[in-house]
Write a protein that binds this ligand. Structure first.
Ligand code: OGA
Ligand code: MN
Length: 406
């Protein structure tokens, strides 16, 4: 019945363009074709086809909803969030009792960075149906990530995850539930959540909780730099550390403004700033002009300079700083820290999983930041390190080329 090739399906379905079902089939065929040919123009046609269906009279509601879903999915993929919201708003007005439409409208707002709007809608859904798992986890997520309302977020996320409804078993919700618990002093409960995340297949292990992963890569918290394939790069960094340090210190004494406070809400107390030199595999020219020697050195390390899932940066930390235990986004990189200015003593420390180490001037520490790590500085004076991310040594050249940047 259903033609095997998308081309034939498209031709057959076009003939039946007055029939809602045929339009659905055509929309699917166009979507598949768009994917195969990586064509946004075809995807646009798919959108129009699905959308037309939602506007035809007398279409069964289930089909309208299916078509609306596909329209929104495709529009999100195309980055046309405004159009998605427009369509979704119309549908919500037409079918106000279908709560999934409101939930999906909230997700679109969330994707647009309009957390406030999303919140209002989700609260509305929960008024209608307090046990709605999808609305619970999404509202909890917003309260955790945007408002730091940890207590309320914990209760919503717990309740929502327990429903196991479609769309709730997602790494982000386990991630932020555990984080909110840890930040409010409930460490063992956090660990239980992470354990459940492992059982649900959203985390590699309780300590390794990155969400953008390549499966099967060697995974351990700490690495011995000199036994990796990058040992030559580490030797160079260690032998040239004074030049790197002097460049960073000169920069600090001239103009601190390029050092930016960390923006991901990882800092608990204190003062922690970074100056990025490379990000997502690209050199940041303006900053590199201020640290030309360091940047040139890095240019000779293509697995760092072109690491699309990493950065190179100076990291400056002052006494009194605590960085919450946190987990990087991806298992595709290893993170080197070259000690540049390190006051002696044990009060300045980096814990990765369950092992704590200390920086030394002129020495590289190498770890996998997809494992939970935590930093504290209770020393007497400023600590400065150069952070250099390298592609995970087991990635292939093709993977390094095609993985999306982070
Ligand atoms: C990191 C990190 C803190 C620091 O490199 O991932 O959290 O000490 N570093 O700069
Ligand atoms: Mn980190």
């Amino acid at each position: 019945m259903f033609p095997k090739s998308p081309e034939k399906a498209a031709i057959a379905a076009r003939k039946l363009s007055a029939s809602p079902r045929a339009n659905y089939v055509l929309g699917e065929a166009l979507s598949k074709l768009a994917e195969a040919r990586r064509s946004n123009a075809l995807l646009e046609q798919a959108v129009t086809t699905f959308q037309k269906l939602t506007e035809m009279p007398g279409v069964p509601q289930a089909l309208v909803l299916k078509a609306a879903n596909r329209t929104v999915e495709n529009l999100r993929f195309l980055g046309q969030m405004g159009r998605a919201v427009q369509l979704q708003t119309k549908l919500v007005a037409r079918l106000p009792y279908v709560l999934s439409l409101q939930n999906q409208l909230a997700v679109s707002y969330l994707m647009m960075g309009q957390g406030k709007r999303a919140k209002t809608i989700l609260k509305q859904v929960l008024k209608e149906r307090p046990e709605d798992g999808f609305a619970l986890v999404h509202l909890g997520f917003i309260l955790k990530t945007e408002d730091q309302e940890y207590k309320e977020a914990i209760s919503l996320l717990q309740k929502g995850l327990a429903t196991r409804e479609p769309g709730v078993v997602d790494g982000r919700f386990y991630f932020h539930l555990g984080d909110a618990l840890a930040r409010t002093g409930h460490n063992s409960q956090a660990m239980e959540v992470y354990q459940e995340g492992v059982e649900q297949g959203v985390f590699n292990s309780v300590y390794q909780r990155s969400l953008y992963n390549v499966q099967g890569l060697k995974a351990q918290p700490w690495w011995d730099p000199m036994t990796t394939t990058y040992r030559e790069s580490f030797r160079i960094l260690e032998s040239r550390w004074k030049e790197i340090r002097d460049e960073a210190l000169a920069l600090l004494s001239q103009d601190q403004s390029r050092f930016r406070p960390e923006t991901e809400g990882l800092q608990d107390t204190g003062d922690w700033k970074q100056l990025e030199l490379f990000a997502r595999g690209m050199k940041l020219t303006k900053n590199c002009q201020k640290a030309p020697k360091t940047c040139t050195l890095i240019e000779f390390m293509p697995d760092a300079a072109r690491c699309k899932r990493g950065q190179v940066k100076f990291s400056l930390m002052n006494p009194g700083t605590h960085v919450w235990a946190h987990t990087g986004p991806t298992n595709c990189r290893l993170r080197a820290h070259l000690g540049l200015v390190v006051p002696p003593g044990e009060e300045i420390a980096l814990r990765v999983a369950n092992t704590t180490r200390h920086w030394q001037e002129g020495k590289v520490l190498l770890f996998d930041d997809s494992f939970e790590h935590e930093v504290w500085h209770h020393g007497p004076s400023m600590r400065l390190v150069l952070i250099v991310d390298f592609w995970h040594p087991e990635l292939t050249a093709a993977q390094k080329r095609t993985l999306s940047p982070i």
